[in-house]
Design a protein. Structure first.
Length: 208
């Protein structure tokens, strides 16, 4: 009797040459001014390599990070930040706007202030901070490992809006514009889509 053995195919992992990536990044976005940007990019790429994240999904997560966590004075730099704006600006958005405060689960004005946006994807509000286990230590969202974890888990699992990234970006279809709905409606969707296309080209050129 002839034995039939399964054919094992080795899945090719997505790995990226850092030198080529940073060369492409500087050409597309300008010179990096802060070491924290280099550390952020390396941390995101390393997690993507470990999880073998689809290249286009990675491009969109990088684009989201650049948009949401951009340095105040440098368009080419991004890293985990605290949302800019004073007490009145933040509380007007996250407490006095009852529709938004309801979405976020904020229970009082001080919570709206203390749980303002932080990280790479600007995690905001009681429900999000509680979901990631940092309700009583919100500053942890600024730590690199936690910021990257929130970025990947939140977007890939659809924890921010109940819409996972695979709904818009898969191996069958890539819709960078509508992928904004994984984070914040269609806010600045066109701009982030353009950023994602640039990151996609950089990643393709630097892929091993």
């Amino acid at each position: 009797m002839k034995q039939i053995f399964p054919i094992l195919t080795k899945i090719k992992r997505n790995m990226y040459t850092r030198k080529t990536f940073f060369e492409g990044y500087r050409k597309s976005f300008g010179n990096i001014k802060h070491q924290k940007t280099v550390e952020t990019i390396n941390a995101v790429l390393s997690r993507a390599e470990k999880e073998n994240t689809q290249l286009e999904q990675l491009a969109y997560m990088l684009a989201t990070s650049l948009h949401e966590a951009q340095d105040k004075y440098s368009d080419s730099d991004f890293y985990p930040i605290t949302e800019r704006g004073g007490y009145k600006y933040i509380t007007d958005q996250y407490w006095y706007n009852k529709k938004v405060s309801g979405w976020l689960g904020n229970r009082n004005i001080e919570e709206a202030w203390n749980l303002r946006g932080r990280g790479l994807v600007q995690i905001t509000g009681f429900l999000n901070y509680n979901r990631f286990g940092i309700l009583h230590n919100p500053e942890k969202a600024l730590e690199m490992d936690k910021a990257v974890e929130i970025l990947f888990v939140g977007m890939q699992q659809g924890l921010f809006t109940s819409r996972p990234l695979k709904r818009y970006i898969s191996y069958d279809d890539v819709n960078y514009k509508d992928a904004r709905q994984t984070v914040n409606g269609m806010d600045d969707a066109e701009h982030i889509s353009d950023l994602a296309k640039k990151f996609e080209n950089i990643l393709k050129l630097s892929k091993l």
